[in-house]
Design a protein around this ligand. Structure first.
Ligand code: AMP
Length: 409
């Protein structure tokens, strides 16, 4: 027998049963973003590899070991996007969007790809929802975006939400801090994990993310960027916090929060839910004031976040989103063509109408009507007549076949 195929490791199929829950997130997000003045943007699934190397940062885990990179038939190095921000900044520059009224506010939804070890809530192809506002350094932008993600998650009914907030300062103040942190790490080198030791120079701040006890003990006493902010950065951060307080959004200040991407400046944040296991992050983001210029564009500060759809789905409370038919058309012998015509007519009138497509007996069709959750069954009789049956009460009455759709609509 020929071997059977499976979806590639770390990927999954979305079956019709699950798609209603996804659609609910999409609809909630689209409505929320539209109300906040964010327009939809779409970008290609793959980009030049260099965009991510420069945008996300060569020393990050994403770029150094998680990218799906290949050479296309024209000899170009191509990478399946591991995230959206770099692509959106590329589009901002490519389309001269700095000439539009600033900031340009966009949202994005689509698959992203990272070669990670799959586990619950972690995939190699996963879906993100993303918002970005480019062209303003106002703390109002940061606050507006944090509030949007908070509202989205709460509006979906997700519980046990925790928001961690920090500031990474600007590139200059961080450069000084990095030196201080490197010296500290070197002074404690023997207590650190091999991995952390290996990247003291390349990415010392990632040591805050380590989960081995030795490194954690060292990091508990390590100097924090949050205590080293330059005056303007501290004032910017204080203002973000004032706006969040004003909106009643609760957060924890967490100087150990370092996001896994290089481009962040000033505000960073992450939402988690205690309903998730080890992969507890629902979404996060922050400000990236240097990224657009880094990608060859004008000096345009930006801010954004991304949330994982599969993580949101895991945290979403169970609900009954049965799509269900409104009406099921049951055909007696010789009436199948009529059943199709009636179902099409009802659907045109906006009614969800089902019919048997598997040659079931009348009894079998009634069962099928039940399974689809239809409120009404219309029985098309052999003699040209019709009955309408209330599936819940069982009441059944004859109706004029010519007035069927009027009766039902
Ligand atoms: P990041 O772009 O790394 O900040 O990720 C933003 C969000 O995307 C995370 O908070 C997760 O919810 C989700 N995410 C990131 N990587 C994965 C993955 N490999 N599988 C599923 N979701 C992910």
């Amino acid at each position: 027998m020929a071997g059977r195929f499976q979806a590639p490791k770390g990927t999954f199929d979305v079956l019709p049963d699950e798609s209603a829950r996804r659609a609910r997130i999409h609809t909630a997000a689209a409505e929320l973003f539209a109300r906040a003045g964010y327009g939809r943007i779409e970008t290609p699934v793959f980009e030049d590899t260099e965009l991510f190397e420069r945008g996300v940062g060569a020393s990050t885990d994403i770029v150094s070991k998680e990218m799906f990179t290949f050479e296309d038939l024209g000899g170009r190095s191509i990478t399946l996007r591991p995230e959206a921000t770099a692509s959106i900044c590329r589009a901002y520059v490519e389309h001269g969007m700095h000439k539009l009224p600033q900031p340009v506010k966009v949202w994005w939804w689509g698959p992203a790809f990272r070669y990670e070890a799959p586990q619950a809530g972690r995939f190699r192809q996963f879906n993100q929802i993303d918002v970005e506002a480019i062209g303003s350094d106002s703390p109002l932008v940061d606050a507006e975006q944090v509030i949007m993600l908070d509202e989205l998650l709460r509006g979906l009914g997700i519980e046990g939400i925790r928001l961690r907030l920090s500031s990474l300062g600007t590139a200059e103040s961080r450069a000084e801090y990095r030196e201080e942190l490197k010296s500290y790490l070197r002074a404690h080198e023997s207590e650190l994990s091999k991995e952390v030791r290996g990247r003291i120079d390349a990415n010392p701040m990632r040591a805050f993310d380590a989960d081995d006890d030795g490194t954690r003990a060292v990091m508990a006493q390590a100097p924090r960027m949050l205590d080293r902010l330059a005056e303007a950065d501290a004032e910017h951060f204080a203002e973000v916090r004032r706006h969040l307080d004003g909106a009643g959004v609760e957060y924890e200040l967490d100087g150990t929060l370092v996001r896994g991407l290089d481009y962040y400046t000033r505000t960073v944040f992450e939402f988690e839910s205690d309903r998730l296991g080890a992969q507890s992050a629902l979404g996060g983001g922050g400000r990236y004031d240097g990224l657009v210029a880094e990608l060859g564009g004008p000096e345009a500060p930006g801010c954004g976040w991304a949330a994982g759809i599969e993580r949101i789905l895991l945290a979403l409370p169970a609900d009954g989103d049965e799509p269900g038919a409104d009406v099921f058309v049951v055909a007696e012998d010789g009436q199948r063509g009529r059943a199709l015509a009636l179902a099409v007519e009802l659907r045109r009138a906006g009614i969800a109408a089902g019919l048997d497509l598997a040659n079931r007996s009348v009894k079998g069709q009634m069962k099928q009507a039940n399974r689809t959750g239809a409120g009404l069954a219309v029985i098309l009789e052999q003699d040209g007549g019709a009955q309408v049956r209330d599936m819940e009460s069982g009441d059944q009455r004859s109706v004029d076949p010519g007035k069927l759709s009027e009766e039902i609509t």
